[in-house]
Design a protein around this ligand. Structure first.
Ligand code: PMV
Ligand code: MG
Length: 367
């Protein structure tokens, strides 16, 4: 029996801008996991199952006479895509394919089947790729796992930055620059996977960061799940309509992340906090201009309370629900802050940063 796990993640800053080719974001991997178990089938029939995904429904809407099914929020789409891509890789290495039972156990989905917004689709993709590579004895390093999982995830969601996949593969705090996905889609048509995995991917850049010792990361969950893919769709409508304003946002976000990365290099919590606040204001302006609700009333409350205690807070990821993050001095009265959250129906998620293989700082060889 093979068992592998992949961590969930949260965005710290740079959301939405990172969807554009080469733009940066900062993310962190968390110690909450998706597990994937594989064992050979004994009767020639395979099963793919998960206790957490039993109540998953398929979303669809009508376009004229057409029924359009949105597979992007269905975890099975990511599992199947991860299997397809990893088996394609196995075939290029002449590994015979097998029939197996695959089980997913997710800590990233609450008992009631709700998502916390901790990157469950990325983590389930990474966990499946890792488990299958082990099952088929494929020689892979982290860079290759990232590329396989990114290809699998991108072929389902189609509009994401893949920063969540990077956080799940590399762990810790990272600065992630998104690669050129149009280039990838082109190359996929005529290069085999082994070649593609060993090529440098344009603009892809991942840097491991070290957080200052006095930085405490506090996470609040607002209880309402949000669909990242649908929120990104809405922002791309704004991009089409208001190109100049959209580019202003992109440039300001890029500079903000550059300064924040410098803050990490200099272990300067104040700079990091300042840029988290500035990034929040950029996202608020984007929301206002596009009419997309990023900061829900409860996320606003979460931030207000955190600010009262000296924290710098913002929505994490696409917003519209899910989680908010706070960077705060570890000596602040965190308990009082969390108590105030709880009396406002904001749940603290008691999670810690997860370092893959216990490596806190590493040099990413990926190009
Ligand atoms: O809501 P999350 O945690 O899935 O984050 C989405 C972040 C975006 O930048 C809006 C989209 C992306 O793929 O990077
Ligand atoms: Mg989200």
């Amino acid at each position: 029996m093979i068992k592998e796990k992949a961590p969930g993640k949260l965005y710290i800053a740079g959301e939405y801008a990172v969807v554009e080719n080469g733009f940066p974001a900062i993310l962190v991997a968390l110690n909450q996991f998706v597990y994937c178990t594989i064992e050979p089938s004994t009767n020639g029939v395979g099963q793919i199952l998960s206790h957490q995904y039993q109540n998953n429904a398929v979303q669809w809407h009508r376009q004229g006479d057409q029924m359009v099914v949105d597979q992007r929020d269905n975890p099975f789409s990511y599992i199947l895509s991860a299997i397809q891509v990893t088996e394609e890789y196995a075939r290029t290495l002449n590994q015979p394919l097998q029939v197996y039972n695959l089980q997913i156990d997710s800590e990233l989905d609450s008992a009631s089947g709700k998502k916390y917004g901790l990157g469950s689709s990325a983590a389930v993709t990474v966990a499946t790729v890792k488990a299958l590579c082990k099952f088929y004895n494929l020689p892979v390093n982290k860079d290759q796992i990232f590329k396989l999982a990114a290809i699998a995830h991108f072929s389902v969601q189609g509009n994401g930055s893949l920063g969540d996949v990077a956080a799940s593969v590399y762990g810790g705090w990272i600065a992630y620059h998104s690669f050129d996905r149009q280039w990838l889609a082109e190359q996929r048509k005529f290069l085999d996977l082994t070649t593609l995995l060993n090529l440098p991917w344009p603009n892809l850049n991942i840097e491991s960061l070290t957080a200052p010792a006095n930085l405490a990361l506090v996470i609040g969950w607002t209880g309402k799940p949000a669909s990242t893919s649908q929120l990104v769709d809405k922002i791309s409508l704004f991009k089409a309509r208001e190109q100049a304003k959209y580019h202003q946002f992109l440039d300001a976000s890029r500079r903000c992340i550059q300064r924040m990365v410098e803050g990490f290099h200099n272990s300067d919590l104040n700079i990091i906090k300042q840029e988290i606040r500035y990034n929040r204001s950029l996202l608020q302006k984007l929301a206002e201009r596009s009419g997309v609700q990023i900061e829900t009333p409860l996320l606003k409350k979460l931030c207000q309370i955190a600010e009262e205690f000296g924290g710098a807070a913002k929505t994490s990821g696409a917003g519209g629900g899910d989680c908010g993050i706070v960077a705060i001095d570890g000596h602040a009265d965190l308990k009082a802050m969390v108590d105030q959250w709880e009396s406002n129906q904001i749940e603290r998620l008691p999670l810690a940063v997860h370092f893959v293989d216990n490596v806190q700082r590493y040099t990413v060889t990926i190009k």
